[in-house]
Design a protein around this ligand. Structure first.
Ligand SMILES: Cc1cc2nc3c(=O)[nH]c(=O)nc-3n(C[C@H](O)[C@H](O)[C@H](O)COP(=O)(O)OP(=O)(O)OC[C@H]3O[C@@H](n4cnc5c(N)ncnc54)[C@H](O)[C@@H]3O)c2cc1C
Length: 465
């Protein structure tokens, strides 16, 4: 039996010194040779735990086998049969806690780099397979119409699956571009917008119509859609409402929610101001409050905009940080400074009401709270001041209340999330399904996609009576 290779092929990356000042992609992707070498580590074990670990059920061992055999078009076919957004998932999915965590090699060494291989296949397809050569499914039309509200990963996935099943699908998207957080939240250096656009275009090429600048709840209500030709509605409007600290001084100039900051930078291209006309404050000493992916992205954007010092201010320790390990490491390589076990008490401003400082408490960890993580507790008398001229609050988000407020019969929780059956996405309102962050609160791309798939299957069952 061949000896196990327990070390993965490293991902080529931009030099940290250079990349901290540009918005180009950090990870550069495998070459064909590197992808084949990494794929050859896969032992094709019969239990296929990796497939179980994938919320959209990609046949991981089959696409890796195809790479090994140098049959990349077959790898593309296997991937795309389950996942319409592989270039996105290959870049931002938390594979380390899903498919890769379930890999048999993980018990002894580094699991197969499934995400990197997925990204390789998606990028190879874009570079090598002209659009016309990938055959599109030609289903028999069902004569039924479905409205999907929101074009993030949940909406795009549900729409792609429903159209492949023969239903006519319209996505209504509030913004002027499709893609949701993938477009307005996750920065270019982690997920180039060209990749998102090409995968949105693929979903549109399947026959999904995307109506931009369409705020459902203002332009039209869910009941109006149901009374005007749609037999089912899938709600996938995400969780775009930012949470704040609610401490003194939070309204000072120079303090942004991460949503506003990232939308200015990514969607409105503020990093190319004045070529693009939306500006953003360029701070010299920037504090980002929070420890998730959104905080890492905000900190790394602030650095690229020209900040001299950027701090991640997090009230627990690094072990409790919800951000992906890889992104924490990338941030450290770029000299982002981590002020752990630290929590703001109040913000300090100058006479013009611009933020100039942040008074903080030192924290320590107590007993685990309801999230299972150790509760941060204030150390009495530990206050100290950090000088800052910009603050970005990245504490998490909840769903925007517009849909719930304009849709009678839709049940929501205290947190504002929509109540839906976990296995089907069915809400308490007739003919309405929901999935993704609107149901779970801020979560992950792949969990939103998984929810989109489950809901599409249930909507199809309903439409076929
Ligand atoms: C900065 C940032 C970084 C992240 N990094 C990662 C990561 O590395 N890995 C990962 O897995 N996850 C990451 N996430 C989380 C992930 O992006 C989300 O969990 C995922 O996008 C949720 O998908 P969704 O389809 O439910 O909603 P969204 O992506 O939020 O899409 C919802 C869409 O609905 C639209 N919409 C809202 N209201 C209406 C309305 N009334 N009418 C019409 N349209 C409406 C919105 O404009 C939006 O386009 C990150 C999130 C952020 C903010």
């Amino acid at each position: 039996m061949a000896k196990l290779n327990l070390n993965r092929v490293p991902m080529p990356k931009q030099d940290p010194k250079l990349r901290g000042r540009n918005f180009n992609e950090v990870a550069l992707g495998y070459s064909l040779e590197q992808a084949k070498e990494e794929a050859s580590r896969c032992i094709q074990c019969p239990n296929r735990n990796c497939v179980e670990g994938c919320p959209v059920g990609i046949d991981i061992s089959a696409f890796i086998k195809a790479i090994r055999e140098d049959n990349i078009p077959e790898a593309v076919r296997v991937l795309k049969s389950k996942n319409s957004l592989p270039g996105i998932c290959g870049r931002v999915c938390p594979q380390e806690t899903q498919c890769e965590a379930a890999c048999s090699l993980a018990k002894k060494g580094a699991p197969i780099a499934i995400g990197r291989l997925e990204r390789f296949v998606a990028d190879w397809e874009r570079a090598n397979m002209p659009k016309a050569s990938s055959p599109l499914p030609q289903p028999t039309p069902s004569g039924k119409q479905v409205a999907v509200i929101g074009s993030g990963p949940a909406g795009l996935t549900a729409a792609a699956d429903l159209v492949k099943l023969g239903h006519s699908v319209n996505i209504f998207e509030a913004l002027h571009v499709a893609g949701g957080v993938l477009m307005y939240g996750i920065p270019e250096f982690r997920l180039p917008k060209e990749i998102v656009q090409s995968e949105v275009d693929y979903v549109a090429s399947l026959g999904v119509k995307i109506e931009l600048d369409s705020v459902v709840g203002k332009l039209v209500t869910i009941d109006e859609l149901l009374n005007n030709g749609y037999q089912a509605v899938f709600l996938a409007t995400g969780a775009g409402l930012p949470m704040f600290l609610n401490i003194p001084g939070e309204n000072l100039n120079g303090i942004y929610s991460a949503n506003e900051f990232l939308t200015r930078v990514n969607l409105m291209k503020a990093y190319r101001f004045p070529e693009y006309d939306t500006p953003v404050k360029v701070g010299q000493r920037v504090a980002v409050i929070g420890g998730g992916n959104v905080a890492m992205d905000s900190a790394r954007c602030a650095l690229r905009l020209g900040a001299k010092e950027v701090y991640i201010v997090y009230r627990r320790s690094e072990a409790e940080m919800p951000a992906r390990r890889e992104e924490v490491e990338n941030a450290k390589e770029e000299d982002i400074q981590f002020k752990l076990l630290t929590n703001p008490k109040r913000f300090l401003g100058d006479e013009q009401n611009w933020v100039v400082g942040m008074e903080c408490y030192e924290m320590e960890l107590g007993e685990p709270d309801e999230s299972g993580r150790r509760r941060p507790v204030i150390k009495p008398g530990s206050e100290f001041v950090i000088d800052v001229d910009e603050v970005i609050v990245a504490l998490g988000t909840t769903p925007n209340p517009l849909i719930a407020a304009t849709t009678p019969g839709l049940e929501t929780t205290k947190r504002g999330t929509v109540v839906a059956d976990e296995a089907t996405g069915k809400t308490k309102k007739d003919k309405v399904w929901a999935g993704g962050d609107i149901v779970t609160g801020a979560a992950t791309v792949i969990s939103a996609m998984g929810a989109g798939k489950l809901a599409a299957a249930d909507i199809d069952k309903f439409l076929r009576g």
